[in-house]
Design a protein around this ligand. Sequence first.
Ligand code: CP
Ligand code: NVA
Length: 299
Amino acid sequence: MHILSFTDFEGMVEELFGLAERIKAGEQRGDALRNRSLAMIFEKASTRTRVSFEVAMTQLGGHAIYLSPKEMQMGRGESIADTARTLSRYVDAVLIRARRHGDVVEFARHAEVPVINGLTELEHPCQALSDFFTMRELRGELRGLKLAYVGDGNNVCHSLMLGSAMLGMSFCCATPEGYEPKREVLQRALEIAKETGASIEMVHSPEQAVSGADFIYTDVWVSMGQEEEAEERIRRFRRFQVNEELLSHAPDARVMHCLPAKRGLEITDEVLDGRASVVWQQAENRLHVQKAILLKLLA
Ligand code: CP
Ligand code: NVA
């Protein structure tokens, strides 16, 4: 079983939430993953994903190995397929943060152990699962809650949109024109929403998106790998900043951000450090939820 897209959590979201809840309450044995190893390939920078997965493995009695393609034979031309076949003979699962989603799919095709997407340009499924866990902690039942996503229709947005569709939530996404989520991901979310009763809406007005929202979510305007577009993006996204003024349109909403944040761009200091922000709870929950994912895949 691989976790490449949020849709790969189909049929196990509630179980993972329950498991994460028990883990957070301290009810998990510390040796459940004894002698288990996780290889973690990071082609891009990471603070939260790397540290939370590594600590998760340690606290469950297992071991994590951090690998950078620059220092692997893959960096000298060994194929993804051969790397996948080899690592499958040593470790019990592989976490990959890659520049190209297709590379993770290719890796999974040749791996004989579970492969977990630790962020690609297309999706960030473990982040989104953990964020829904945080929303559930704060509000209980997720069905019917409104999640407003303001900013770039990026990887995090894609996973949140698919998750909202699966969980029967109301997802409203406000982006500048030309920065909407990918059409095929939106299509998939709409198909799922038809079955679950979720609502998925795309707008270009941040005020419209946040109106009536239970949660307001934002992410960086310039994702890893888009550095060359930074100037243009910052100009185009200005109106999409999550600030006190925008919050005044949704006085009861909690504010979420996957982090790292570019303070003063997509979110102001006032909001990130303010009363409505739940970003540290969000960051902490990565650890608990990823432990649940690891136990589900490896125990
Ligand atoms: N939110 C997240 O994935 O953070 P890192 O890039 O620090 O892993
Ligand atoms: N959208 C951001 C998320 C970082 C966790 C990026 O891809 O850089």
